[in-house]
Design a protein around this ligand. Structure first.
Ligand code: MN
Length: 298
């Protein structure tokens, strides 16, 4: 900002577009998702992010048989799950596991290969309730795709929550930093990931690192971005790499996911749960999984 409190026009990030979910499907029998990318043919514009599924909010009736998705592999990237409502249980082939509830985040590094399962947590399933979550896939650079797999449980209490001035709302820093407060997630490349709650009529200025691909998903509510484009529930606003500033003004009480990251300018080869650089590496991934090299759930 300059002394007049205005933002230099050159700092404002231009907008690529506003996108609605490009497809909707059920992951296993527990995660009804709306997909924002890659279904909108956003690829280069959202790198290093590969996939964004918005799950729910949806109410599930009580059951003794938790819904979810059974044993399946991943290689070549990270999966980040943020839970807003409900409780999700996870178990993987490295022996890690955990339960994440409202406000918690699971940051799983598949890298060279992991096998895991994702289900509604048993007690949550038994009582029934609303599930509301997102899953974001973060690419790994070629040099890290075959690193050792890992798992970070990031609990609500570990995530710095910054109260915005004038009771505008709050911003939780999951990864990267905001106004000097650092998020707990370890990332392989520079990534900013914020959980923003903004009250009706209030606004916030986001100062993002220059040169990054940035986008915001309106989970609930409605917001105007950069004073020009509006987005409502389940809509994604994608920004160009120019500039570093995004302003968000809430038209209604809003909950917003802010994603930004340094692009990974390497070839992408995808096949289901595997994302590598070449087709040969995908074939290798399938063979390695089938040969049990990514491990099993015990
Ligand atoms: Mn998975």
């Amino acid at each position: 900002m300059n002394q007049q409190g205005t933002i230099a026009t050159s700092a404002i990030k231009d907008i690529v577009g506003v996108y609605q979910p490009g497809s909707a499907y059920m992951v296993g029998d527990g995660f009804p998702v709306r997909n924002l990318f890659p279904s909108n043919e956003l690829d280069r514009e959202v790198s290093p992010f590969l996939m964004l599924d918005y799950a729910g909010p949806q109410h599930f009736p009580p059951t003794d048989h938790p819904r979810g998705v059974g044993e399946h592999p991943h290689r070549g990237f990270e999966t980040v799950t943020i839970v807003y409502e409900g409780v999700v249980a996870h178990r993987d082939s490295t022996g890690s596991g955990g339960v994440i509830g409202p406000g918690d985040v699971q940051w799983m590094t598949a890298a060279s290969g992991i096998v895991h399962e994702e289900f509604h947590e048993k007690e949550f399933a038994k009582k029934g309730g609303t599930l509301h979550a997102i899953q974001l896939w973060v690419n790994l650079p070629k040099a890290s795709k075959m690193s050792a797999p890992g798992y970070q449980t990031i609990l609500n209490g570990d995530i710095p929550a910054i109260e915005l001035e004038g009771g505008a709302g709050r911003l939780r820093v999951i990864a990267g930093s905001f106004r000097g407060r650092k998020g707990p997630a370890h990332t392989f490349t520079p990534v900013e990931l914020y959980d923003l709650q903004l009250n009706k009529g209030q606004h916030v200025q986001l100062d993002l690192p220059g040169g990054q691909n940035s986008s915001i998903l309106v989970l609930q509510g409605r917001a105007t971005v950069n004073g020009s484009r509006e987005a409502g529930e389940a809509e994604l606003i994608v920004f160009k790499r120019n500039g570093s500033v995004v302003t968000v003004e809430a038209r209604e009480d809003s909950r917003i996911l802010v994603m930004s990251g340094e692009p990974i300018e390497e070839p992408i080869a995808r096949y289901g749960p595997f994302v590598m650089n070449t087709k040969a590496e995908l074939i290798q991934a399938v063979q390695d999984y089938q040969a049990g090299k990514m491990g099993h759930l015990s």
